[in-house]
Design a protein around this ligand. Sequence first.
Ligand code: KG4
Ligand code: ZN
Length: 337
Amino acid sequence: MILSIESSCDDSSIAITKIENNKLIFHKKISQEKEHACYGGVVPELASRLHAIDLPNILEECKPYFSDLKAVAVTNQPGLGVTLIEGIAMAKTVAVTLDIPLLAVHHLKGHIYSLFIEKKQILPLLVLLISGGHTQIIRVESLDKMTILATSIDDSVGESFDKTAKMMGLGYPGGPIIEQLAQKGDENRFALPIPLQNSPLIAFSLSGLKNAVRLTIERLGGSDAMKEQDRCDLSASFQKAVKLHLIQKSKKIFEKESIKDFAIVGGASANLYIREAYEILCKKYKKRLHTAPLKYCSDNAAMIGRYAIEAYKKKLFVEPYEIDVVYTKKRQSGTEL
Ligand code: KG4
Ligand code: ZN
């Protein structure tokens, strides 16, 4: 079995996965959303302190499996340095104490492997990754050949939902709140711009749309003056613009890439309105659409463990004295993930 640890942002999570059949033996996640909500976003230092409390408590529950462990895996990039280090310190300790190998996992590759939790992997694959930190389309050929085909030049999808919610005086995380309000709203009430609509650039950008949302709120007299229906209509109009932007740029990729399997992963892939739009697009382009179960869309250690199984088979081990947080630079399209 492999023990995997995830602490890249505001979720403390540990999983244990069986190597021979990908079966999830143990999985627990303690989310810090409530603690960060009053700040309208994640406070790194607070997140770090909460990981230092929650991770050891979860690890305690894993003790009965210690004698079955063949390796320990941990997310080491990308994420918040002060929170990643909590998981890394724990993974090092477990590896040295139990004398088992250590695997360093790239968080975004983990999100891709959320598709294969308790399943066999499907490759090659085109993936749209929409999370709190990233918006990317990636061509996944193998474990170590993942190429970025399109990426965001500013805010990510998750971030734009969070900021829209914050500007309307709503809670954190904004994604689920906006999706819910949008269900009761008129998506055609506010004519918000579709980002990069007339640009040949195959990239994602959401800061202009965010600004248009801000101006709309100002025109309505500020968030306090907004009525419940205004919030629902603005949520729906915003969500529609995000969807049209994602679909327009994805179409361009679909026209160039012949791979038949397409997937959406990451926290924002839990959005059913966006999923529906991709069901229609995939039908049109004769692609098979794959998504992870809703509970595995947001950050979790089960996806880190699933990736780790493949890395373990390839013996991609790191020494405990070598592993550290990797401060990832923003990657350009055309480069490896
Ligand atoms: O993948 P994730 O858990 O963390 C990162 O790796 O960033 O993604 C979290 C992001 C948050 O910005 C959250 O608002 C967004 O995913 N999110 C959603 C939905 N559920 C979560 N965005 C849109 N619609 C949703 N239903
Ligand atoms: Zn994530």
